[in-house]
Design a protein around this ligand. Structure first.
Ligand code: S3P
Length: 433
């Protein structure tokens, strides 16, 4: 198993470009496979999760070619998928399995089985399976349909109104995709706004969608024409570099080409309140997604609170925000973050245990956890539970800690394959063991 060893680093300096956004890369592939004609995808994220989506789509008959870092998809239209010959493997990717459950349920005559790795097979699927059953889907799975493998017999679905109990972009997207394949109208109402990339893609491709507050309405279609995508850098990957810049004394980093969709950058508002020196420069748009360059400088931070409606807008950044909180003055509180328990690992436990193991102070509280700062951190070997965001969060903590910090590194290829090189390029003390 690959490991990274990280040691205390001097100021991090320089300019870097972040790889493509994971959520948008999955969606660009899926929608291009559903559309008609060729679509070129630039700045696609070549990470394990997105490759899982690519393999599943190929198994459904879509031609996907990689030519000099650009992806060429030949979409066969929503009626052009073929029955996969083998079990579909979503690997570690919640987005793949949940969006595919929506897609596969609505492909009449196609039988499929979709599964994933140890972590994915433990994650809850009922949130997507139940509403789809209400549209007439035929889905079976372990534990009453809650855990993969899921077996799906595609049907002509019937449009329906859905009210979600968790704000989940994966569930919302699965139901909107199913809605495109269903007879009649489908609506989805979220308790609070989660990332809206699917809605932006609907708009970009001219697919039917009406938003009324937190309710989205779509209806069944015959088909649509493909368009090209140019994918912004992933804010959730940039978040680790932002943290490194804020925490390592004397640092100043320019991060180019980062997606700054308002439903993704809750971390920036929280950090600005805490006194972080982060600026957005040169804003522009690609395919309906806002993009910008960021400048981050070392900052003395106050403690902060994360709770309520902002949580879905920084859900993947909670682990790295917890590391930042170890250096912020006072008690930082993370509430309403129960969803973290059902991510790639139980991220609340992983973060609290890891911080305490490094000599910081963190505790579980009702519906979340608290971190006290500023504390000196000591290097240690950290249990990542093979979770990419836990591994990268503690690698960043290692840049501040006395001694050596060791994390497993295989999981990092799930979302940010050149993470180690990027930190090294900025002057970070990080070695592949
Ligand atoms: C994602 C949505 C989020 C996020 C995940 C990617 C997506 O999950 O945590 O990493 O691409 O739609 P939920 O929508 O389940 O909260």
């Amino acid at each position: 198993m690959g490991k990274l060893m990280i040691k205390k680093s001097r100021s991090l300096m320089g300019e870097i470009k972040i790889p493509g956004d994971k959520s948008i890369s999955h969606r660009a592939l899926i929608f291009s496979s559903m559309g008609e004609g060729e679509s070129i995808i630039k700045n696609f994220l070549f990470s394990q999760d997105c490759i899982s989506t690519m393999n599943c789509l190929r198994a459904l008959g879509t031609s996907i070619e990689i030519c000099e870092n650009v992806i060429k998809v030949k979409g066969n239209g929503i009626n052009g998928f073929r029955e996969p010959e083998n079990v579909l493997d979503a690997g570690n990717s919640g987005t793949t399995i949940r969006l595919f459950t929506g897609l596969l349920s609505g492909l009449p005559g196609i039988f499929s089985v979709i599964t994933g790795d140890d972590s994915l097979r433990r994650r809850p699927m009922k949130r997507v399976v139940e509403p789809l059953l209400g549209m007439g889907a035929k889905i079976w799975g372990r534990n009453g349909g809650n855990n993969p493998p899921l077996a799906i017999k595609g049907e002509k679905l019937k449009g329906r109104d859905h009210t979600l109990s968790v704000a989940s972009a994966q569930v919302k997207s699965a139901l909107l995709i199913a809605g495109l394949l269903a007879d009649g109208e489908t609506s989805v109402t979220e308790p609070s706004l989660s990332r809206d990339h699917t809605e932006r893609i609907f708009q970009y491709l001219g697919l039917p969608l009406i938003r009324n507050g937190l309710t989205l309405k779509t209806h069944g279609i015959e088909g649509f024409k493909n368009k090209d995508f140019n994918i912004p850098g992933d804010f959730s990957s940039a978040a680790f570099i932002i943290a490194a810049g804020l925490l390592v004394e004397g640092s100043k980093i320019v991060i180019k080409n980062v997606g700054i969709n308002p439903t993704r950058i809750g971390m920036l508002s929280v950090l600005k309140e805490a006194g972080a020196k982060i600026q957005i420069l040169n804003q522009w748009e690609e395919g309906g997604e806002p993009i910008g360059d960021l400048i981050v400088e070392f900052s003395i931070l106050e403690s902060f609170e994360v709770r309520g409606e902002i949580v879905p807008k920084l859900i993947d950044e909670v682990p790295i925000l917890a590391i930042i909180a170890t250096q912020a003055k006072g008690k930082s509180v993370f509430k309403d973050v129960g969803e973290l328990k059902v991510k790639e690992s139980d991220r609340i436990k992983a973060v609290v245990d890891g911080i305490n193991k490094m000599g910081g102070k963190a505790e579980i509280i009702d519906e979340g956890f608290a971190v006290y700062g500023p504390t000196k951190l000591n290097g240690n070997e950290i249990e990542t539970y093979n979770d990419h965001r836990i591994a990268m969060s503690f690698a960043i903590a290692g840049l501040l800690a006395d001694g050596e910090t060791i994390v497993e590194s295989n999981s990092i290829s799930i979302s940010f394959p050149n993470f180690g090189e990027t930190i090294k390029k900025l002057g970070g003390n990080i070695i592949e063991l």
